[in-house]
Design a protein around this ligand. Structure first.
Ligand code: LIP
Length: 254
């Protein structure tokens, strides 16, 4: 199938879901469930339904694996991977740092991806083999090659176990990097590396739908993106950087 056509459809779906986020920005958010370190909103479900309707209208045979459930046989070679609102806790608290993430995967590899932040109207896109873009303009990772100059984004996922995996890394990095940022959206953490705003993104226990699009966008912007499966359904340990900081990172994080 045409990856360009798939991307155009994903952009329409992401913008529709982003519009829903903006429309409900100031409304009282209905909470479907909450744990000590997470919130799931009714709007997450509504956003995924909005996205699925647009994707399935144009591509009725491609299944959707989303944070709010799946449609079709997600073991198919080709599938959509969707996070309808990435950074849900931020969104629930009125913090305007969350986004929509949609990726098309073939045989488990992302081939087209979009991350849309409706609050600042920033649309990050990529098709494998082509240059990543921000609002249609090519983007590249930073050229900072020293950790002491770098901004490192961290994520702590959703439970004590995943946080405990990251705390020693944070302790080591807090004095080695220029700054640490923990901003609550994996997809935005990834695309900020792609755009050269930050230089490293690390998270243990992040889910596939959080990173499927952002990881591709980093690679198409000249960066490095590793994700190895860890315990938990669709859970990964992500190490991403601008491609110049790997050695220093390996020395510190082991
Ligand atoms: C979020 C991720 C973030 C992670 C949070 C949560 P959600 O995704 O983007 O990086 O630290 O725990 O998983 O749940 O808002 O879509």
């Amino acid at each position: 199938m045409s990856h360009g056509k798939a991307l155009a459809c994903a952009i329409r779906a992401a913008k529709a879901a982003g519009g829903l986020m903006l429309k409900n920005r100031w409304s009282q958010k209905k909470i479907n469930s909450e744990t000590k370190h997470d919130i799931k909103l009714e709007l997450d479900v509504r956003s995924q339904k909005t996205i699925e309707k647009i994707l399935r209208k144009e591509f009725p045979r491609i299944p959707v694996l989303g944070e709010e459930g799946f449609t079709g046989d997600i073991k198919e070679q080709t599938r959509w991977v969707v996070d309808p609102i990435d950074g849900t806790v931020n969104f629930a608290h009125g913090i305007p740092h969350s986004c929509v993430s949609i990726a098309l995967q073939e045989n488990g590899q992302s081939v087209a991806g979009v991350v849309y932040d409706p609050f600042v109207n920033e649309l990050f896109t990529a098709v494998r083999g082509q240059r990543a873009k921000l609002n249609g303009r090519p983007i590249s990772v930073s050229k900072r090659d020293k950790l002491e100059q770098a901004i490192v984004s961290l994520g702590f996922a959703k439970n004590m176990f995943t946080m405990e995996q990251m705390l020693p890394t944070m302790t080591k990095l807090v004095n080695s990097a220029r700054k640490i940022r923990i901003m609550g959206s994996a997809a935005l953490a990834a695309v900020y590396v792609a755009a050269g705003r930050t230089d490293v993104y690390l998270e243990y226990g992040v889910r596939l739908w959080d990173i499927a699009a952002g990881g591709l966008i980093i690679e198409c912007a000249g960066g490095e993106f590793w994700n190895r499966p860890v315990e938990g359904e669709h859970a990964y340990h992500v190490i991403a950087n601008n491609g110049l900081l790997r050695r220093e990172l390996e020395k510190i994080t082991g």
